[in-house]
Design a protein around this ligand. Structure first.
Ligand code: FES
Ligand code: FES
Length: 160
């Protein structure tokens, strides 16, 4: 199959590349662009480990052909920090012990960022709904929910 030329913005950087027509966004991010923070879990849309923000929405990058991201804007976990400073959500996850093995953490952080961008002061129920697409095998979720609630009260920056 002939490769297709695509371009998009990822973490504020413009990239152009050639992909197979059936190549998935997760593989382009991890293998072409070296953004290994996007985790490959089930590869079936069920675990949320591969979640990224595409055009302001959280998507499971294992289900999306890279060509669908053509012309779009993507945020991965690598794009959360600013000038070496962790995003308030990242700081809250560390401070509140919301990380164990860390496999779910990128998907959790991006789901939380998307929520806070749209709803800076969510209720606990809204936080639970926002992270419901990401499975965590380690924490029991309570510390993750607490960390997001804590970060929301510190009014994290929308632009970071
Ligand atoms: S790896 Fe994409 S949802 Fe599990
Ligand atoms: S911290 Fe291990 S899966 Fe969530």
């Amino acid at each position: 199959m002939a490769k297709e030329k695509i371009q998009f913005e990822v973490n504020g950087k413009h990239v152009r590349l050639e992909v197979e027509p059936d190549e998935l966004l997760i593989d382009v991010l991890r293998d072409h662009l070296g953004l290994k923070g996007t985790k490959a879990g089930c590869r079936a849309g069920e675990c949320g480990a591969c979640s990224v923000i595409l055009n302001d929405k959280v998507v499971t990058s294992c289900l999306i052909p890279a060509m669908k991201a053509d012309g779009g804007k993507i945020k991965t976990v690598e794009g959360l920090e600013t000038d070496g400073e962790l995003h308030p959500l990242q700081k809250a996850f560390v401070e509140k012990g919301a990380i164990q093995c860390g496999f779910c953490t990128p998907g959790m952080l991006l789901s939380a960022k998307s929520l806070l961008d749209q709803n800076p002061h969510p209720t606990i129920e809204e936080i639970k709904v926002a992270i419901s697409g990401v499975l965590c095998r380690c924490t029991g979720y309570q510390k993750i929910i607490h960390a997001i609630d804590y970060a929301s009260k510190a009014t994290p920056s929308k632009e970071a």
